[in-house]
Design a protein around this ligand. Structure first.
Ligand SMILES: [Zn+2]
Length: 365
């Protein structure tokens, strides 16, 4: 991977809290002398893509891009968006070569951008930075390929795996740095999912207020009996709220809709919400990354149904002994029944430890 691709990936990262449901993409334009003449990253959905931003950047500085190479972290689009197809913009600007990290995962458009560029005489190279671009956009790739979001379950626990005392007390087990870090993970997600038990116990807002972002993730609530109070704190201004339920209660439903929520009737036939159908429905609603912050019952149900892709775990240097664990699941009878995970990251956050653990094989799609 060249320095130019690395620079394009850094630009892509700038879109972490911004571009959803579009992918985070960066672009660097390099002139024939090897100088960077334009840089850009994808703006909010409906705004310009990275390639357009990089071309504008070059233009604003008076740099020529004729004969230049564009390094871009995803296949340039060939379809008509608000700013026109990026392929045409690159060709019309005089770009002669495109180095793209990876093809667009959308089966309806994958490869078309490259074909359009090649047809216009542009040299196309694909591959440098592919893994970094895919990881940064794993939720987008998941939604395009599997039709469901990438589901990340966040848990804060003591070193002995306790997430709440028998009394239910859970605030706060981890320190302020871990909580702020948790807000950053919410901010990058398209939606935060929780359960009615958490809402009734803690009345959380579950927004991303401890990071700089002008886009708040949507809130998804699993509420089988439609118990959520109309004045719950989760009704934050300008935020989409989806409530999944298994009962039909027209008056409560209308009251919630008047609050701005979307109520989805999705029963599983056993008095609960059909969680698998809910996750598929969230894919249809353009949710790329689904960030779960729920209690141990809902966590257990999501794991039992095979819906969790990754765990984001904060461990505090404390022992709490008896209490609730991370999830209600099992008991298993054999160790071989364990859900196998791969640790993918381990970091110190303030006085706590942050672990990322991916369900083995779940990212192969
Ligand atoms: Zn584009």
């Amino acid at each position: 991977m060249s320095n130019f691709t690395a620079a394009a990936l850094r630009l892509a990262l700038e879109g972490l809290y911004r571009t959803s449901p579009n992918p985070r993409v960066g672009c660097v334009i390099v002139d024939p002398s090897g100088a960077i003449v334009g840089q850009g990253s994808t703006q909010r959905a409906g705004g310009p893509h990275a390639e357009i931003m990089a071309l504008r950047d070059a233009h604003e500085h008076g740099y020529s891009v004729i004969g230049a190479t564009a390094y871009v972290t995803l296949e340039p689009c060939s379809h008509q968006g608000r700013t026109g197809p990026c392929c045409d913009a690159l060709v019309n600007a005089g770009i002669v070569k495109v180095v793209a990290s990876i093809a667009d995962p959308n089966p309806l458009v994958s490869g078309r951008g490259f074909a359009r560029l090649r047809a216009a005489g542009v040299q196309v190279e694909v591959g440098p930075g592919a893994e970094g671009s895919r990881e940064l956009n794993l939720g987008f790739f998941s939604r395009m390929v599997r039709k469901t979001p990438w589901v990340r379950m966040k848990v804060a626990a003591s070193l002995d795996g306790v997430t709440a005392l028998p009394s239910g007390a859970s605030q706060w087990i981890t320190g302020p740095d871990a909580r702020a870090d948790g807000h950053a993970w919410r901010a990058r997600a398209c939606a935060v999912l929780t359960g009615i038990g958490t809402v009734l116990a803690d009345d959380p807002r579950l927004d991303a207020r401890e990071v700089q972002t002008d886009r708040q993730p949507a809130l998804v609530l699993v509420d089988s009996a439609l118990q959520v109070p109309l004045d719950a704190s989760l009704f934050v201004a300008d935020r989409a709220v989806y409530i999944y339920t298994s009962i039909e209660n027209d008056s409560k439903m209308h009251a919630l809709e008047a609050r701005g929520a979307t109520v989805v009737f999705m029963p599983n036939g056993r008095g609960k919400v059909d969680l698998a159908a809910m996750v598929r429905d969230l894919g249809c609603r353009e949710i790329n990354e689904l960030h779960v912050e729920a209690g141990y019952k809902l966590n257990g149900s999501l794991v039992r149904e095979g819906l969790v892709d990754e765990l984001l775990v904060y461990l505090a240097p404390k022992l709490l002994g008896e209490g609730y664990g991370m999830l209600q699941w099992g008991p298993l009878t054999e160790l071989s029944q364990a859900l196998a995970l791969d640790f993918t990251a381990l970091d110190r956050v303030g006085s706590d430890v942050r672990l990322l653990a991916r369900v083995a094989g779940r990212d192969r799609f």
